[in-house]
Design a protein. Structure first.
Length: 261
């Protein structure tokens, strides 16, 4: 399998995810990315709310492939609980450095520890974490099963993994940096090899996603009118990617799975 180096921190800037969730500049804001994070954060909160009464000591959350720390930060802000400890690992030293600087600037109240480490083999002890999250990482990995094996090792008995990835809908990966994209049944089948339960959810309407990324040329300039429209709508709390279909049928662009060890 061909190795693909992740280049986005070099090409887009070490803190590009922070710009994608900031509504201060709707041109750089990304309603789709923000929706993905929001979905995972909300599910982790549900898990923590259910588990907190039965958990002794602090609750430990690990982000495998944490990048510049945005997901961990959003979790800390959502949970508003200093008894929740946040951990993150990523292979990019510039991303980890950015995450630490951002946490300090924003005065994150949670205790946290971020490390430059490979997600296939971390230095953490067995059964150390209550919840592990991973957003848009597995599609970049050459050895996804090694990653899942390490995740299982790190989870406490009955611990949870909340993992998200784009849904495959083209023969060729949508992103040139994706090693492998998954169909929903394929993704769930892979996860069930390692976890007792794997509940799959699909989100972010595919039509909205395609419109969001549709490029038009106006006077020799490239414009994305639907992106601007969706971003502006999101500024007022109406993110189209968070809109739920009543019958839950249709085509979606993103999926995530809640797994229990």
């Amino acid at each position: 399998m061909k190795y693909i180096e992740f280049q986005k921190y070099k090409t887009r800037g070490a803190d590009y995810h922070w710009h994608q969730i900031s509504k201060k500049n709707f041109l750089r804001y990304n309603a789709f990315v923000h929706a993905r994070y929001t979905i995972i954060v909300n599910h982790v909160k549900k898990i923590i709310d259910r588990q907190s009464e039965n958990t002794e000591g602090n609750i430990r959350i690990l982000d495998m492939g944490c990048g510049d720390g945005v997901l961990l930060y959003l979790l800390g802000e959502k949970l508003k609980n200093t008894e929740v400890e946040l951990y993150g690992v990523d292979l990019s030293d510039i991303a980890i450095e950015t995450a630490i600087n951002k946490f300090e600037q924003k005065k994150l109240k949670n205790n946290y520890l971020l490390k430059v480490e490979n997600v296939y083999s971390t230095s953490f002890k067995d059964r150390m974490f209550d919840v592990i999250v991973s957003s848009d990482v597995i599609e970049h990995l050459n050895e996804p099963e090694d990653f899942l094996g390490e995740t299982k090792r790190l989870l406490k008995p009955k611990g949870f993994l909340v993992i998200g990835t784009p849904i495959k809908y083209t023969e060729k990966p949508l992103d040139s940096m994706h090693v492998h994209e998954y169909f929903p049944s394929e993704f769930k089948g892979l996860l069930k090899k390692y976890f007792t339960t794997a509940e799959l959810f699909q989100a972010c309407d595919l039509l909205y996603f395609l419109l969001y990324n549709k490029v038009y040329k106006v006077w020799f300039k490239k414009v994305l009118p639907f992106r601007y429209l969706f971003n502006i709508s999101s500024l007022f709390g109406l993110n189209p990617f968070l809109k739920r279909k009543k019958n839950k049928k249709g085509l979606f662009s993103y999926m995530f799975c809640v797994c229990q060890r």
